[in-house]
Design a protein around this ligand. Structure first.
Ligand code: AMP
Length: 389
């Protein structure tokens, strides 16, 4: 999700810029001022409480704000992202916003401050007052609103500076120039984002071939740990030699080696749009490792899919594959195939269950032709990828 807050004194141009941004980035607009004015118009209890405060230029209590904001956010869970105008206006509201974002499993992407000197704000608001019909667009109230801004709202900046998501634009420029400045801040934020997918499924479920095709379709990096280990062996690298020795002795490849390879891959992949992980994480330990590695790179898992194929079909597929040149050494006997299926059930299913609770996972029917399955997979991820890229 792309969640932006526009910050700045009254009259900085937040409302005007918002109208452009919500269209450009397909965001859901939340203006606490508009929401409050609606409550007043509808003569609700909240509106009655807020009316005289707004007319005098003071700030409405946080308790009222939290109610209107929470309702609007929870009524729109499918939004592509939110654009906040006039919120957060107090330090407490900054914490409220964090809490609401956590509830949606997301966070504020950035706070953009439109900088305008005090006298310019007054001039603009007086001009707007001629046509806005707003009770608070007159000089006396404007001065109170600005005082409230400098006393209570300005300290909110520090909250976001501390979190590294505070950005600024020069609000005195023309509308078009400010639009450009804000767009480039948002575009930069978007370009840093990665769309990371984890594909799960029993061996033989098609996660490898499907994941690879998906990576090609969307220009994502396909990270298949099994294949990476094979490559190290064939290139005779120092890691490859060590892995070969481990394979020969029948031991399991330790997590340290796989972690090293994935870290190298994450470090070396510049300008990528995201990663598709296959074969990792396989265990709960590895799932914590992946979460940590992605966090270190300022990113996380965006989508988890799980291919579903009946067990007998899996065995048939793996047996058939073992007789072709795509056959893997570990598919070479029924006993080995059964061990791998068991391994998945015992060690990887708990990982899927963990992710199911945290992120939600999407099951893909893995039966049918390659194209049929690929269409289902593309459909499942498309919306998310397009929203992100
Ligand atoms: P605005 O339309 O954003 O200029 O807001 C108009 C008035 O609504 C403000 O002067 C406040 O009285 C009230 N208001 C709007 N948003 C908030 C908020 N987040 N916290 C407290 N009061 C608010």
């Amino acid at each position: 999700m792309l969640n932006i807050a526009l910050f700045g004194p009254p009259g900085a141009g937040k409302g005007t810029q918002s109208q452009y941004l919500i269209k450009k980035y397909n965001l859901f607009y939340i203006s606490t001022g508009d929401l409050l004015r609606k409550e007043i118009k509808e003569k609700t209890n909240l509106g009655k409480e807020a009316e005289s405060i707004i007319a005098s230029g003071g700030l409405v209590p946080d308790e009222i704000i939290v109610q209107i904001i929470e309702k609007t956010i929870t009524d729109n869970p499918d939004a592509n992202g939110f654009l906040f105008d006039g919120f957060p206006r107090t330090y407490i509201q900054a914490y409220i916003l964090s809490g609401l974002m956590i509830k949606l499993n997301t966070s504020l992407s950035c706070l953009i401050s439109l900088n305008v000197p005090e006298e310019e704000s007054v001039k603009r608001l007086l001009h707007r007052g001629k046509t806005s019909g707003r009770s608070d667009d007159n000089e006396e109230v404007i001065r109170t609103r600005l005082k409230e801004y400098y006393d209570k709202t300005l300290p909110v900046m520090q909250f976001y500076k501390d979190r590294g998501i505070f950005t600024e634009a020069d609000g005195t420029q023309s509308i078009e120039v400010v639009q450009e400045q804000i767009s480039s801040i948002i575009d930069e934020e978007l370009s840093k984002r990665l769309f990371n997918i984890v594909v799960f499924g029993y061996p033989g479920s098609g996660r490898g071939s499907q994941g690879k095709a998906l990576a090609e379709k969307y220009g994502l990096e396909f990270v298949a740990t099994g294949g990476m280990l094979e490559q190290e062996i064939s290139k005779q690298t120092s890691i490859g030699k060590e892995v070969q020795r481990i394979y020969d002795s029948g031991e399991l490849v330790p997590d340290e080696i796989v972690v090293k390879l994935i870290e190298q891959r994450l470090e070396n992949s510049k300008n990528v749009k995201g990663f598709i992980f296959k074969g990792f994480p396989r265990t709960l330990v590895q799932s914590y490792i992946l979460d940590g590695m992605l966090k270190k790179h300022g990113t996380g898992i965006a989508k988890i899919v799980e291919f579903e194929v009946p067990t007998l079909e899996l065995i048939k597929r793996l047996d058939k594959r073992s007789k072709t040149d795509r056959g893997m050494p570990y598919d070479s006997s029924t006993a080995k195939i059964v061990t791998r299926l068991q391994e998945h059930e015992q060690r990887t299913i708990p990982v899927i269950k963990k992710y199911q609770q945290i992120h939600g996972t999407e099951k893909i029917d893995g039966t049918g032709s390659f194209e049929e399955v690929f269409n289902r997979l593309s459909f499942a991820v498309e919306h998310g990828i397009k929203a992100m890229l």
